[in-house]
Design a protein around this ligand. Sequence first.
Ligand code: ATP
Length: 450
Amino acid sequence: MFFEIGSSVVMAGVAGYTFLYQSGNANDNSKIQRIAANSGLTVKEGKKTRTIQLLRKTKYDWGFEYVYRVPLGLSFSDFQNKRDQLQDGLNNKSSLLNITLDDVLTIDFKKDLLQQLKDLFKEKKSQKEIELFYDGALKIRVYSKLMPEAIEWDETLLEKCKGWKVPIGETRDTFISHDFEKTPHMLVGGSTGGGKSSFLDMVICHLLNNQTENVKFHLIDLKGGVEFFRFKDCKQVVSYAEEPDEALQCLESATNKIKELQETFRKRGVRNCKEAGIKERHFIIIDEIAEISSADEPDKEVKKIKEQCEYHISQIARIGRSQGFRIITATQHPTQDYVPKSVKRNSDARLCFRVRDAVASKVVLDTTGGESLPKVVGRAIYQDKGENTTVQLPYLETGTMDKMTHPHIVIRARKEEGSTKESDKTNGQNRKEGATGGTDTLVIEETELS
Ligand SMILES: Nc1ncnc2c1ncn2[C@@H]1O[C@H](COP(=O)(O)OP(=O)(O)OP(=O)(O)O)[C@@H](O)[C@H]1O
């Protein structure tokens, strides 16, 4: 009897909170409209003052999507500028609870009820987060669960992402990865400090560990080597560049290899590396592609080099996939000038960190949204074959990255003393690729095994 009364009280309490939560949702539309009106998102038409008008409301697992007609005279960016007001307004009731029937069923009535309720309420006390989109109508997504603000990389991700998969991150309720075998080329864009290079580093570490024997890297680090230097002596790195002329050598050697393979495939009557039984995959990774854009280059000679780089990038993106070549390009300046059309056309995967404005978002994603991401490092919109998902990327810290890289480092041949830094590196690489004409004096190649 006592148990029945107790459990009824508990259920009634929980139901009360659940109602509060649900009615919170029910009120979201009127709140959004009030916030819009109070924060000046209105236009005057004669004597009337107009604001947004609800067209439809749809419930999803993650929350609700409200679609509004925007009065003439207001633009999407007017709403984006008021994103914080809209979100804060929806959260001004401090105790919104997201408790479902499943949560209630987890309560064990034989144990300390009060403690269990306290724990449940603590866990379920939720804030709402919003995202804005525009496709002729204003869409406001109200998420009932916050995205994680930071995720530490851990070793279980190596198990979760087998084959040619790499982690992308966590959504509000699931983990997603990217499969370079299914979608080979990727464009990564976002303002400075968003997490682009850290993502590229994580991709390299994953593939070094999960595809040790099959992966080949062509690393082009135009940020002065600060990002990829730790990988340059890895056995799997077949070419490495820090300057546009070195980048050209890297890219040329990649296109030559593609053409060589095309010829072999033709002779063997096979269409691609899968049919040819080739397990090797080449990753050309370029961190900051804007640095090899010919668009604003004043120096004639350098411009020529950059134009050739663009030509090779375009070739690799267009014809490389059947030969097992994948290209990942990253930029903090996503503009039409800096991202070659062929890269965009052929990169079915996109990763867009927060960008300055809708124009930049459209360059990366072909749609707006990247400019409305919250200012959270590692937060991005992942797009695979046109479908967008907001994710929080895991962060692989430097110490762990070094530990993962260390077993793959080999001692390379060094060039004669007095050689320039650039030719030193490329000669070492060319020798590895089998090119002739190097003047190396020392040939040691020692692999440290884990
Ligand atoms: N997923 C993440 N989660 C948390 N912190 C991160 C994440 N990724 C990067 N960071 C932090 O943000 C810093 C900047 O990241 P990163 O260098 O990758 O940015 P970026 O977009 O490449 O910037 P830039 O274009 O200026 O080089 C890192 O040094 C790290 O401290």
